[in-house]
Write a protein that binds this ligand. Structure first.
Ligand code: ADP
Length: 508
């Protein structure tokens, strides 16, 4: 996967390399221009010497003074030195032979000047001096002009190059800016839009479609936060609903308890008043009761049975509403499961196997009777589900393992408050029944949700189990197994090592 950081680093390095390259070229060009300026000053030196030479030539021709002749000779010598020194430069400027021609003219000019000093009245000599002197200065000024022109050309070229480079850098900066904006701002804008949607209550996931690694990680983290938010929201709503439901149920259960007791006692008294089917009741010694009495007796027995069932539900509701004190203590899971299976021995359907895989030392911190109630609910549910399959038999596997809560360890939905990093014991009850249709999965823990026939299920078993597990600071979840059947998983806090029963025995 591509990384934005790598791209930015690449663009940064490419731009830095370009700027360093352009600076080196610019420095090189400036150096060339400085060379040209130095060459120009050399030519200017020669022209200056020639002009001074001519000034003293004119003075000497006018006034014939010996000092002017000396100064003239000094400048003429200086001009010759400069010609010797810069011959190559002059040839490069105006073509080969230029320095040589100038030198010849200068030699002839010095010779003519010396001859004129000996014969000051000779007009032809003074004319020759003037012509040669003029030619030397003209050539010198021409050379100076050429040098200035080449300097100007170099400066103009440098200026043009600088402008072109600036334009190239500007275009590259604009292109990389646009590219980075596309790569960075677009996903950020998409994220902003989604976050606004989240702020307005829609928990929409971010798509992981950006090719950049950073955005994919950000989107993953964001989606993880959303999942967690959704889960907490769900738990909160559920907790609020259940809190008010608990108050309501507790009130209703208390109110129903007494009338149900009264109905039950009245039914018992009525039943005793009727003659027994064997003819031994209050209705007459030895006489067989008539069909109407038998029918009444049957009705009263139905009333009694149904009242008892209603009282059991009321008891369960009172338990849920927190009537009993919650007393957590170390509980050995293997023992608890064994004991619960012994209680349920008579209810196990024919042909159903129970497989146990619980290490004897696994100990949770919990309220033993409540945990047993959870196990009873889950085991009976599993057997009911397997029983639905008819007589082909089935299997219930109960296993447990110790662990540490990870960040995302695939615990099925509807988890409770298990905090990452805490030591826990995971208990699994996996059956070979038909499983739970996916659309029903989120509802099985709801109060009064049941798919069992009227009179067989109250829909409170899983609801109360969920409450009990949450009360323990644990989690409960359910998922369908790939091989078929449902798997309930319970996560409970592990008992601290020093409080396990065995350790207590060792260190009283
Ligand atoms: P009840 O057992 O009274 O129906 P529960 O709350 O215990 O109430 O269960 C609710 C529903 O969850 C059941 O009616 C059933 O549809 C479903 N269920 C629970 N356990 C299982 C299981 N092991 N396999 C399939 N469905 C199950």
């Amino acid at each position: 996967m591509r990384s934005l950081q790598a791209k930015i680093t690449f663009v940064y390095l490419a731009l830095a390399a370009l700027l360093v390259g352009l600076s080196v070229v610019a420095l090189f060009e400036l150096d060339r221009i400085a060379d040209k300026a130095r060459e120009g000053s050399k030519v200017a030196e020669l022209v200056d010497a020639a002009l001074e030479m001519r000034r003293f030539e004119k003075n000497h021709l006018l006034y014939g003074q010996a000092r002017d002749l000396e100064d003239h000779a000094g400048y003429a010598g200086r001009a010759r030195e400069l010609l010797d020194r810069d011959a190559a430069l002059l040839d490069a400027l105006a073509g080969s032979g230029t320095a040589m021609g100038l030198r010849d003219d200068l030699t002839r000019y010095i010779g003519a000047m010396a001859a004129h000093a000996d014969a000051p009245t000779d007009e032809a000599l003074s004319n020759q001096v003037r012509i040669l002197g003029n030619r030397i200065v003209t050539v010198g000024e021409h050379l100076a002009g050429l040098e200035r022109q080449s300097l100007n050309t170099a400066l103009a070229a440098h200026q043009r190059n600088l402008l072109v480079w600036l334009a190239v850098v500007a275009v590259l900066l604009a292109l990389t800016g646009a590219l980075l904006a596309r790569q960075v701002t677009r996903p950020l804008q998409a994220m902003e839009t989604r976050m606004e949607a989240v702020a307005s209550g829609q928990l929409t996931r971010l798509a992981l479609d950006s090719p950049e690694r950073e955005f994919v990680s950000l989107a993953e983290a964001f989606n993880h936060v959303l999942d967690e938010l959704e889960r907490r929201q769900h738990t909160l709503v559920r907790a609020e609903k259940l809190a008010s439901l608990g108050t309501l149920l507790s009130g209703v259960a208390h109110e129903l308890n007494n009338p149900l007791s009264n109905i039950s006692s009245s039914a018992q008294i009525l039943k005793e008043d009727l003659p027994s089917p064997a003819g031994g009741g209050a209705g007459g010694e030895g006489a067989t009761p008539d069909p109407a009495t038998l029918f009444h007796r049957q009705l009263i027995e139905d009333i009694d049975t149904e009242t008892l069932r209603a009282r059991r539900i009321v008891r369960a509701l009172l338990d849920y509403a927190g009537d009993r004190e919650f007393k957590p203590a170390p509980v050995r899971l293997a023992e608890l499961v064994d004991e619960t299976l012994r209680f349920l021995k008579s209810k196990r359907p024919q042909g159903v196997e129970v497989r146990l895989d619980i290490a004897p030392e696994l100990t949770v911190l919990g309220d033993r009777p409540r945990l047993q109630q959870v196990l009873l609910n889950l085991i009976i549910n599993a057997w009911d589900a397997i029983g639905d399959l008819g007589d082909i038999g089935g299997e219930l596997s109960i296993s447990a393992r110790a662990g540490i809560v990870g960040k995302s360890d695939g615990f099925p939905a509807l988890a409770g408050q298990c905090r990452p990093g805490s030591a826990v014991i995971d208990l699994s009850l996996a059956d070979s029944g038909p499983g739970i249709p996916p659309e029903r999965l989120p509802r099985v823990f709801d109060p009064f949700f049941t798919t069992k026939a009227v009179g067989h299920g109250s829909g409170l078993g899983l609801f109360i189990s969920h409450e009990i597990i949450e009360e323990h600071g644990g989690c409960i979840g359910v998922a369908n197994r790939p091989e078929g059947g449902a798997e309930f998983r319970i996560r409970l806090p592990a008992a601290p090592v020093e409080t396990t029963p065995e350790n207590k025995k060792d260190n009283p």
